[in-house]
Structure formats: C-alpha cells, structure tokens
Design a protein around this ligand. Structure first.
Ligand code: ATP
Ligand code: MG
Ligand code: FE
Length: 349
C-alpha cells in the first residue's frame, strides 16, 4: 500500500509518500519538508498564527512536490494520512482539512494520525523494530517516555511537568543571547566549555517516578549567569556545557530507570529503546544514551535526524500502519490541540 502523509502541527510544512510492503517493511518513496525556522527566528520561537498562515501558503506546493518526486499522482495512492493533533490548532486544521479535501476529491480513505504516534512508529519504518519497545521523545514540545505495545496501544511512563527538553535548550539559548533554535547553538557553545564550572540542579532525579522537569534548571542557569555578569564568551561556553551536562544526566538516569522497569515487565525480550525528536540530535545526549544502552543490554535505535524531527514520512507511515489494520476515519474527525498518546486507542476519534 502507498500512503500520502501530511504534517502541519508545528513549524514544518511536510508531505511524503511511503510504501508499506506486505511483509510489514516500510519504504520512503518521497519526503519533502519545508521548515519555517526563518519565519519565526526574529521572534525566538514559533508564532502560532504565522505558522498557520505559512502552512496555508506552502502546503499545496509541498504535496505536489512529494507526488512529483515520486513520479506519481493521487490516483496511485491507497490512503491519505494527515496529522489531526496534538499541536498548534491553526496549523493542524490546515493539514487535516487539506487531507480531507484530497480524500473527498479522490475517493481515497482518510487516516487521522496522532503526531506522537508518528514519532513512536518511525523506528518501525527505519529499522523494522518489533513491539513492545520503549520510546524516549525529546522534542521542542514534548519530553516523554512511552511504552509502545502496538499500533494505537501506548502507556505513558513519564513526561515533563513543565518545559520540554528542546524548549529548555531554546530558553537557555535565549537567556544567554544565543540564536534560535537553541539546541544546536547551546551544543556548539558547550564544546569549548567546562561542564564542572557551574553546579546546576538535576530536578526530580531523586524521585522514582519517570517524569522530567527542566524549568528549575533554567532558573538556576539564569542565576549562575547573573552571578558572573557581565558574561564573557568563556562564561557562556561554561554555562552551556554545565547546562547540557545537567540535561544529559537527567535523560540518562531516567532512561536507565525506565529500561529497568521495562526489563522487569518484559523479562523475555531484550529491551529496545527508540529515541525521537530534535533532542536526539544532541551528541552529548546521544553518547549518554549509548552508554546506558551498553550497560543495560539494550538495543538503541536512533533514526536519522531528518526522521527524528517533524516530517511527512512519519505521518504517512503511521497512516500506513493504521490502514493495514483497517483503521480509517470519517470526514467528521476533529483536529485536537491536545491528544495524549495513551488516550489514542485504536480509533482516532
Ligand atoms: P514537536 O511538536 O514534536 O514537539 P518540534 O518541532 O517543536 O516538534 P522537533 O522538530 O522535533 O520539535 O525539534 C526541535 C527542538 O529540538 C528545538 O527545541 C531544538 O532546540 C531542539 N534541538 C535541535 N537540535 C538540538 C541539539 N543539538 N541539542 C539539543 N536540542 C536540540
Ligand atoms: Mg519543528
Ligand atoms: Fe514532533
């Protein structure tokens, strides 16, 4: 089966064609992403209204390019998948409504996809990962550890009680006068820095629950910066290195705890740990996760960066997996700004 996927929930306008072979193998036929980073850079973050307008302007052309790249037209597609949430509601409406219109015009079935399920199932597209597995999602809007039991079958073990990991990097960068998006800027500055110079907190780490908290860390970073003001380039490098080390510690410790719980619940299957979201691009975090994986006998799967951040292929693939189970949606399906994975079930509405 061949599925067209549409993604517009945040700041990338994306469309892709993905094939699901009868043996369950996935294949990306085309994958077009237009990032809106330039539109939002001046504001230091995603402006929802600007994002929605940019999706309106660009989505049609992005879908056409995805079809052209594949040398195909809509008649060859078996289903149309679009993100129905969670995300910025204006953008979600643009993509979902476009998906409905294309489905209505072509007579093809519609699959409303939960964006987080797209992230969760990507490792099955790239690496053929088998259920059950654990997913760490660390993006600009989410920080979660989720048990993936099957399509539509998720259990959230932990999530952030305040900022998401990528958001914490973005705020840290803003505070230190670095550019946007903050993750890559902080990582670059941290390379020349001394991580031991500032003793920043690791919130929640002593607690057993698998939740994250990054907002106290951000406050501590601000106080540390004020304590050495006016800050020099060396100070900034040391602040970034200390911040990144704290975040990395938090992610590593939580991951180890989650993998231990997974091993206790599934003693017969070697744990698989799938990482998704822009935070997966951070080399320090990646290195720490490889250490944890090695120490716990875990199979670590980190899809390529372009498939870890928002894209159309992940939505097309999640759509293909749902379609294979006969899960399609009516045109009355609603866009949902909030839509936790563990409320998903096997039907989108
Ligand atoms: P979602 O709606 O799924 O949360 P998003 O578009 O906000 O999506 P992604 O596109 O997955 O998130 O990732 C962007 C985030 O990842 C930004 O917050 C960015 O700062 C962060 N990020 C990117 N590269 C790095 C890095 N090298 N280190 C740390 N964070 C990074
Ligand atoms: Mg993004
Ligand atoms: Fe995302």
């Amino acid at each position: 089966t061949l599925v067209l996927g549409i993604e517009t929930s945040c700041d990338e306008t994306a469309a892709a064609l993905v094939r699901r072979h009868p043996d369950g193998r996935g294949e990306i036929v085309s994958n077009i992403v237009r990032s809106q980073i330039e539109e939002h850079r001046a504001f230091g973050g995603v402006v929802p209204e600007l994002a929605a307008r940019a999706h309106v302007v660009h989505l049609d052309a992005i879908i056409s390019r995805a079809l052209e790249d594949a040398r195909m037209d809509l008649s060859q597609v078996d289903a149309i998948a679009a993100t129905a949430g969670p995300g910025l509601i204006g953008g979600v409406l643009v993509g979902l409504t476009t998906g409905k219109a294309l489905a209505a015009a072509s007579g093809k079935p519609l699959v409303a996809v939960n964006h987080l399920e797209g992230h969760a199932l990507t490792a099955r597209l790239t690496d053929g990962v088998k259920f059950p597995y654990l997913m760490l999602l660390v993006s600009g809007g989410h920080s979660q550890i989720v048990l993936v039991r099957g399509v539509g079958d998720y259990e959230r073990w932990g999530s952030t009680i305040d900022d998401a990991l990528g958001e914490a990097f973005d705020k840290a960068a803003k505070l230190l006068g670095l550019g946007y998006p903050g993750g890559p800027e902080v990582e670059k500055a941290a390379q020349k820095g001394e991580a031991k110079r500032f003793d920043l907190p690791r919130p929640l780490l002593r607690e057993k629950r698998l939740d994250f908290s990054f907002s106290g860390l951000k406050t501590a970073l601000r106080l540390a910066a004020e304590s050495v003001a006016p800050v020099t380039d060396t100070d900034i490098a040391d602040l970034c290195a200390s911040f990144q080390a704290a975040v990395t510690d938090i992610v590593a410790v939580r991951s180890k705890q989650a993998l231990e719980r997974f091993a206790a619940e599934y003693p017969d299957s070697a744990p698989t740990y799938v990482v998704a979201g822009g935070g997966a691009a951070n080399a320090a975090i990646g290195g720490a996760l490889r250490d944890v994986a090695a120490r716990t006998g875990t199979h670590l799967v980190v899809p390529p960066p372009a498939l870890c951040t928002d894209n159309g292929a992940m939505i097309a693939w999640a759509g293909a997996e749902r379609f294979a189970l006969g899960l399609t949606d009516g045109f009355d399906v609603a866009a949902r700004p909030r839509w936790p994975l563990d409320e998903l079930g096997r039907g989108a509405a």
